[in-house]
Write a protein that binds this ligand. Structure first.
Ligand SMILES: [Zn+2]
Length: 348
């Protein structure tokens, strides 16, 4: 049975406690008088006024804030454990994200900093592990079933303008058996979803020698490339959240003539992830948050509680300035811009 663990919860809490100390707390007051142009609301800055996004102050931009990377397993009517959600709860979580002005981005868009979002909105990364039929099942018409995760996500996106129907799927060998791997992966790729690597056999990477780690990852990348020749695999979901030794083998390696290079390797627990522009961002182990209701087991590490903390300012949340060429954040904030992004930094 595939089972994930929460190995870093305590450490994660300590890191966040330090990160949040001395932060600016809640969002600065909106100042309409500083908004450039007129009639812009927080979601229309880009589409209606492409030349001048609103001022960062007016939307409380903070592009050094934290990003929730949510982790899902099976979406089934009768969840078998804390990693599963039922379709109604899954839909309700997506509705909440849309209501709170989150915009889904893929793991690769997040880790590479390629997040071109409307001013005032927040990125969220939706990730799915283990390539099960409950996540994607194509019907005879070639479209996702209404009750699979992709079907629900697309339906919610259709009802909420700006809520992009994108996600990252960390797949194993022989993915999505009811549909067939080749057909399912091709559909994901053609429809803007990201295909990530979760190893060929859902391997516990810490138990393998370096060559075995690279074989598990490279062989799965080859299987993905055989099914979808155009797919570039840029993200890796660590099975059980367990890193190989050395951990960097999750990011780069090769086996039997196949090389892989990932821009992010994703853990299982248990807190919001740093901005990709922050000095604290480390692609070798990006934290994820397990999707969970407010009263679930270990709810303090689950999505409902973390989304509460991101909404009320307990944890500073990434808020876009609407301008992909600059990185805006409140002056005197607690986070530091990573060296490679410093030229674009714009404190206010
Ligand atoms: Zn898994």
């Amino acid at each position: 049975m595939r089972r994930c663990v929460l190995p870093i919860a305590a450490a994660a809490m300590a890191v966040l406690a330090v990160s949040c100390a001395g932060s600016h707390g809640g969002a600065p007051e909106s100042d309409e008088s500083k908004t450039t142009g007129s009639g812009q609301d927080s979601r229309s800055g880009q589409s209606e006024s492409p030349s001048r996004p609103p001022s960062p102050e007016s939307v409380a931009a903070d592009e050094l804030g934290f990003v929730p990377v949510l982790m899902y397993h099976q979406i089934v009517p009768e969840p078998q454990g804390v990693y599963d959600r039922n379709p109604d709860d899954f839909r309700a979580e997506l509705e909440r994200l849309a209501r709170e002005e989150y915009v889904p981005v893929t793991a690769a868009e997040y880790s590479t900093g390629a997040m071109d979002l409307p001013a005032g909105t927040h990125p969220v990364v939706l990730t799915f592990d283990d390539s099960t039929d409950s996540q994607l099942r194509l019907g005879v018409d070639g479209e996702p079933a209404d009750d699979c995760a992709v079907g629900i996500l697309r339906d919610v996106a259709a009802r909420h303008e700006g809520f992009r129907p994108v996600a990252t799927f960390f797949v194993n060998g022989d993915p999505f058996p009811a549909t067939g791997g080749r057909k399912a992966l091709a559909w994901l790729h053609e429809n803007g979803f990201e295909i990530g690597n979760h190893t060929l056999n859902h391997a516990k990477l810490s138990a393998l020698p370096a060559a075995g780690v690279q074989r598990e990852i490279a062989a799965n990348q080859k299987a993905i490339a055989d099914d979808v020749p155009g797919a570039r695999v840029l993200s890796m979901g660590l099975p059980f959240g367990i890193q190989p030794d050395p951990a960097r083998l999750a990011l780069a390696g090769s086996h039997a003539g196949v090389s892989y290079r990932h821009r992010g390797a994703y853990l299982v627990g248990a807190n919001p992830a740093p901005s990709p522009y922050a000095a604290s961002f480390d692609p070798v182990g990006v934290p994820r948050i397990r999707s969970a209701g407010p009263d679930a087991e270990d709810a303090e590490f689950g999505s409902s509680r973390w989304l509460d903390k991101l909404a009320d300012g307990t944890v500073p949340r990434y808020t876009s300035d609407g301008d992909p060429d600059r990185i805006s954040f409140p002056e005197g904030g607690r986070a530091e811009v990573a060296g490679e992004h410093r030229e674009r930094a714009r404190p206010y």
